[in-house]
Design a protein around this ligand. Structure first.
Ligand code: PA5
Ligand code: NI
Length: 181
């Protein structure tokens, strides 16, 4: 393939990354939240969108993308992504905050857990073997750029079974961590 350039504009939120686009609505991912919400069930809003660049999934290539995670809560639990390990576990990822404020929940299969902040002017490093999930703790869209080895793949199944060790709720206007049982 040849070098290429894609563009984005945060002012009008126009992301023109030319690749695969993933849209996840409430009903697609409602099982990741602790509680159900009747209103959201009816409205079925978009929770997040991923705009990928047209990079082949080959070893040696670098996939890059922008995620927009909208603000909102499900019975107090902040909107979040599904979260995943990489299928090729020995692959890391870099997230760069562009807009809004969030937390990246990270954990290993050995039971380590970290929640690291993401926002403009911050860059997060997710090492190999760490699962990652994004949580929007602001009242505007959380927008971040990500880049990872294009052959890494997404293992959603493990997190679907185990969940993350902690959930993030809004409680009395504060961010509150709740142990996931
Ligand atoms: O590769 C990544 O880690 C991100 O691009 C995520 O895929 C994206 O933010 C959406 O999250 P998830 O894949 O957990 O649904
Ligand atoms: Ni990833």
């Amino acid at each position: 393939m040849k070098p290429f350039v894609v563009s984005y504009n945060l002012e009008d939120m126009n992301i023109n990354f030319q690749g695969n686009k993933v849209v996840r609505r409430y009903r697609d991912i409602k099982n990741i939240f602790l509680n159900k919400d009747e209103e959201l069930e009816k409205e079925n809003p978009v929770i997040y969108e991923v705009f990928e660049a047209p990079v082949p999934e080959n070893e040696g290539d670098l996939m890059f993308l922008i995620t927009i995670l909208y603000p909102g809560k499900v019975k107090g639990e902040f909107f979040m992504t599904k979260g995943h390990y990489h299928t090729v576990e020995n692959t890391g990822e870099v997230y760069m905050g562009l807009r809004g404020k969030g937390l990246i929940l990270c954990q290993t299969k050995e039971g380590d857990f970290e929640a690291v902040p993401i926002e403009p002017n911050k860059v997060v490093y997710i090492p190999p073997f760490w699962a990652h999930r994004s949580v929007n703790i602001s009242d505007e869209p959380l927008v971040f750029f990500a880049v990872y080895p294009a052959h890494a793949g997404h293992d959603y199944g493990t997190i679907e079974k185990t969940g993350f060790l902690k959930r993030v709720f809004s409680k009395d206007g504060e961010v509150s961590f709740v142990e996931n049982k």
